[in-house]
Ligand binder design. Structure first.
Ligand code: AMP
Ligand code: ZN
Length: 124
């Protein structure tokens, strides 16, 4: 699938966004997977034995704003990570909090990829 969007447009980067800074390697993260379109790193405050954040390398604020092109890239990355870490056998969860009312705190679309002992997000 091709996209006609120009993802180099400045609207796809937010200099104040912590996840854009991780994409640009301006701040450190424990990166476990990276390709041309996405990056995945360990959540700083894990809610499960394995708790990764899988994000597009463009700034789109949530699951509504992310486009199908990048959604498909994130989906591919999740499948690659699941295979690399052997998570299919263990079982895993994929969660996206959308909106402050659902506990979203970073306004750059991300999936939480969780496996193992798991603590719910209900405290948000
Ligand atoms: P949400 O609350 O669904 O928006 O998820 C944001 C997640 O990002 C939280 O689980 C935070 O623990 C995590 N987080 C925030 N800053 C960082 C960071 N610099 N490195 C890794 N994880 C982070
Ligand atoms: Zn961002």
């Amino acid at each position: 699938m091709m996209s006609e969007n120009n993802y180099n447009d400045e609207k796809y980067f937010d200099e104040n966004c912590i996840f854009c800074k991780i994409v640009e390697k301006q701040i450190p993260a424990d990166i476990v997977y990276e390709d041309e379109y996405t990056i995945a790193f360990k959540d700083l405050q894990p809610k499960a034995t394995i708790h990764l954040l899988v994000i597009p390398k463009v700034h789109m604020k949530d699951i509504i704003e992310v486009d199908e092109y990048y959604m498909s890239k994130v989906h591919s990355s999740i499948k690659n990570i699941v295979e690399q870490l052997g998570l299919a056998e263990k079982g895993f969860r994929v969660i996206s909090n959308c909106g402050a009312g659902a506990g979203q705190s970073v306004w750059h679309f991300h999936f939480h990829l969780l496996s193992g002992k798991y603590e719910r997000f209900d405290n948000h």
